[in-house]
Design a protein around this ligand. Structure first.
Ligand SMILES: Cc1cc2nc3c(=O)[nH]c(=O)nc-3n(C[C@H](O)[C@H](O)[C@H](O)COP(=O)(O)OP(=O)(O)OC[C@H]3O[C@@H](n4cnc5c(N)ncnc54)[C@H](O)[C@@H]3O)c2cc1C
Length: 370
């Protein structure tokens, strides 16, 4: 606090725009972009500003309109054959040129903590010599009082700072990280954390084309071929149902039972706790939790997972959590919506039998709980 003194208000000028750097793949908007628009809408309202999305790609057709229906007031589109697939240098150039074109800088720029977002965000932040907080799980707007006299020029009250919030110290603390000195204030956000808005076809927005002016140094790498992974499994962050296995499976083969249970559902993915990843029962991409993926499926079935805090942070926002554990005191029962106490090797086969014989019928589609 400012020890009773009234601090001068220091406004770092911006155009009050919140800009989401969108991602598309094979003609589809990545879910994280829609999630960021949901979070961005809230920030823009608190700022009294507007929400935009910048989308790079080729033959984007209806995608900009989709972004408007998910809350964007303006969609800036860069369409060029070289932008069809993500490439670091061309994407960096277009976005840096685009952001440099504003008379006053945007207030906030958000990207997903995806492979592309993590590659691009620091390059943009470095160009503008601005702060970047990676892997956020919450975002907000608020003031910051700077009273440190070591740098007297900076002493003052900074309104409208981006509060970039992320877990730290093994999830025991939430760190609120601020970069009040300069706009745009930047953050990357974990996929599967923020909620998208309900699409509204009546939401009005503008689509603006932005130039693609690449320089010879942007062509240092040539994309020869894109090889798509052939996988029947659904991306964990996009699945409606996740069946996850933990150390309670007792052996690697236990995942066969998990797969069989998963086969009872549509749009389903397999997940795992870190303990079973660490002992090599299943590869790392399946890991859910603090050091794995954050997920928000409609249904999460945890089988033989204790519910340690580091696992919980990655899945606790699931719509419906069902836990199967033989220990009635297991921490997972404190936050699961339904718990089944017992040996998973007896319970799961019975569940499979019931699902397969259609005794359990879905009466109405499950929806995400906000
Ligand atoms: C910095 C840090 C980061 C971490 N990141 C992650 C992360 O991203 N994700 C993550 O998951 N963990 C993470 N961990 C590890 C975490 O703390 C736990 O150790 C881990 O989640 C435990 O995995 P588990 O629940 O599978 O195993 P356990 O804790 O051993 O639990 C096994 C559970 O199975 C039950 N069980 C046993 N047999 C049966 C049976 N036959 N039928 C039914 N139930 C049975 C037991 O009662 C027990 O509750 C992290 C830890 C640290 C320190």
């Amino acid at each position: 606090m400012s020890e009773g003194k009234i601090l001068p208000e220091i406004i770092t000028p911006s155009n009050k725009e919140v800009i989401v750097v969108g991602e598309q793949l094979n003609g589809e908007i990545r879910p994280v972009t829609l999630e960021l628009l949901g979070a961005g809408r809230d920030l823009a309202s608190k700022l009294g500003g507007s929400l935009s999305c910048v989308l790079l790609g080729h033959k984007l057709e209806k995608l900009p309109q989709k972004l408007i229906s998910y809350g964007a007031d303006i969609v800036y589109v860069a369409d060029d054959s070289i932008l069809e697939n993500y490439q670091t240098l061309p994407y960096r150039r277009v976005i840096v040129d685009f952001l440099s074109g504003f008379t006053l800088p945007p207030h906030i720029v958000l990207l997903g903590s995806t492979t592309c977002g993590r590659d691009l965000a620091p390059r943009i932040a470095a160009h503008f010599e601005t702060g970047l907080t990676a892997d956020c799980t919450e975002l907000d707007i608020g003031p910051y009082e700077h009273t440190n006299k070591i740098d007297p020029e900076k002493v003052g009250l900074y309104p409208n700072c981006l509060y970039a919030i992320r877990p730290s110290f093994g999830e025991s603390l939430k760190a609120r990280i601020l970069g009040p000195w300069k706009n745009p204030q930047m953050a990357t956000v974990r996929p599967g954390i923020m909620l998208p808005l309900k699409p509204d076809e009546n939401h009005k927005g503008e689509i603006k084309t932005i130039p693609v002016d690449l320089k010879p140094e942007d062509y240092r790498a040539e994309l020869i071929e894109v090889v798509h992974e052939v996988s029947k499994s659904v991306n964990l962050t996009e699945a409606d149902v996740i069946v996850a296995g933990g150390f309670g499976l007792g052996k690697q083969d236990g995942f066969e039972l998990i797969k069989e249970l998963a086969s009872c559902f549509e749009n389903v993915a397999i997940g795992a706790s870190r303990k079973v990843v660490d002992i090599g029962w299943i590869p790392y991409p399946y890991q859910i939790g603090q050091t794995g993926k954050s997920v928000r499926p409609k249904v999460y079935i945890a089988c033989g997972i204790s519910g340690a805090i580091q696992h919980r942070v990655g899945m606790s926002k699931s719509g419906l959590i069902i836990a199967i554990n033989k220990d009635p005191e297991a921490p997972i029962f404190k936050f699961a919506h339904h718990g089944i106490v017992g040996d998973l090797y007896q319970i799961i086969p019975e569940l499979i039998k019931q699902f397969k014989s259609n005794i359990v019928k879905e009466e109405k589609p499950l929806v995400r709980q906000n």
